[in-house]
Ligand binder design. Sequence first.
Ligand code: AMP
Ligand code: TRP
Length: 334
Amino acid sequence: MVKRVFSGVQPSGSLTIGNYLGALRNFTKLQHEAECLFCVVDLHALTVPQDPKELYQRTLDVARIFVACGIDPKLATVFIQSHVPAHAEMSWLLECSSYVGELRRMTQYKEKSSKQEVVTAGLFTYPVLMAADILLYQTDEVPVGEDQKQHLELARDIAIRVNNRFDEEIFKVPEPYIPPKIAGGRIMNLQDPTEKMSKSAENPRGNIAILDPPDAIQQKIRSAVTDSGREIYYDEENKAAISNLMVIYSLCSDQSLEEIQERYAGSGYGQFKKDLAEVVVETLRPIQERFEELSRPGVIEAILAQGRKKAEPLALATLERFQDRLGLLPLLRS
Ligand code: AMP
Ligand code: TRP
């Protein structure tokens, strides 16, 4: 049996090289060994205020970036969460099997809600919608960043709870896949290596966006903070800034950290940064070119229509089974 993989990315900002190295690049490898579904989770983005025009544009752009980064729509299913209404329906059903107490414990909720003027109920139930995304597809494995681990744990708890209640495997219990830091699992902000590089960061100076033009990339890398001393070696604790730049260099050039360290022994930060900028620009160039091609009218729309067609029957099979077990009357879908 081939395993099934599901992951989602929110259209809540400009995707960064952190998203690419920590997530999308791994997705392109997984699509050859597993049945993959990659979803632009637009409903999740609505949990905090969004400008409608921007959300619309970003949703299309995230889908384009998926494909531009190498996700092949013939191998993997690329679709928009709101195009498969079963996600919202399943979310409600699962909310009725989730506890306020466990949702209150979610650290991301605590963090995000403390920054909002008003806190929507959607922000609170957000992890249940995420559980619905995953459980609808009988997912085996979910590649996510470290910060999503707790949400995945909740999805597992809900699945186990429902399965136990009905004494039947209604939902496959999913496993997280979290890449190690050194493999891009946590690319840090160029201005503050204690913070994750995040697409929704207020100050874009510390982020390299996948669509940043070469001069912006060069500028951001030139002004990236460095640590004291001049030597280039990997030491996450004492040289967090340089270690982060080394990880980016290593992943973009396929050279090991040792090779990079040897290469720049005694040469200081200037040359290293100059070369790093070039390596990053060259990594993103083909992605940006494909993005342009995918921006022609109708191209991404056709891919998304095909994705929805593949995803929806899988989702409905799980939804209808759960509805039946709960005692809801069957709906005759024509
Ligand atoms: P987010 O941008 O937080 O919605 O995350 C989308 C996907 O990209 C998730 O799988 C994250 O784990 C991954 N990701 C986001 N930011 C980073 C980062 N700075 N380093 C590595 N992976 C990241
Ligand atoms: N909450 C995830 C994030 O912010 C995005 C997401 C939504 C997701 N549904 C998902 C990730 C299902 C994996 C699987 O990164």
